[in-house]
Write a protein that binds this ligand. Structure first.
Ligand code: DAT
Ligand code: MG
Length: 152
């Protein structure tokens, strides 16, 4: 099933919003297959954000994501990537509609609370960057048939 990487960024953890953010993904029906509390090293941050190397905000972005612990989550579900991004909102929180995580809790692009993979290929790559195979779980929920018409 499709996978996406979520990062609850340092600002959200510091502000005590982790539970609220996890709740929204759970309520959406996405299945948690991996989760951990960790610090992101500079090397991992630079790998994760490699598409943004050279952009004016790159240094600030790496400083931000490495500044304090994060919670990383691997989620699985039908159209997990798009569904999670819709729940997160737009890159710039001030443009994000109310009802999205960024629209409800943020104002600035450099403090946008949460990361979600932007394509199926990125989801696979990013989950692999943050989790080892033994940290990822294949499991079923008793509620899966009420969320997925064809659970797998
Ligand atoms: P997203 O996190 O919505 O996938 P992205 O991949 O385009 O957005 O950029 C990664 C992060 O970089 C984003 O969450 C915040 C930061 N960023 C993006 N565009 C920016 C900009 N114009 N100014 C400052 N920071 C920016
Ligand atoms: Mg992105």
């Amino acid at each position: 099933m499709e996978r996406t990487l979520i990062i609850i960024k340092p600002d959200a953890v510091q502000r005590g919003l982790s539970g609220e953010i996890i709740k929204r993904f759970e309520q959406r029906g996405l299945r948690i297959v991996g989760m951990k509390f960790m610090s992101v090293s500079r090397a991992l941050a630079e790998k994760h954000y490699e598409e943004h190397v050279g952009k004016p905000f790159f240094e600030g972005l790496v400083n931000y994501i490495t500044s304090s612990p994060v919670i990383v989550i691997a989620l699985e579900g039908t159209n997990a990537v798009e569904a999670a991004r819709a729940t997160i909102g737009k890159t710039k929180p001030f443009e994000s509609p109310a009802g999205t995580i960024r629209g409800d809790f943020g104002l600035e692009v450099g403090r946008n609370l949460v990361h979600g993979s932007d394509s199926v290929a990125s989801g696979e790559r990013e989950v692999g960057n943050f989790f080892t195979e033994s940290e990822l779980f294949s499991w079923k929920r008793n509620t899966d048939p009420w969320i997925f018409e064809n659970p797998s």
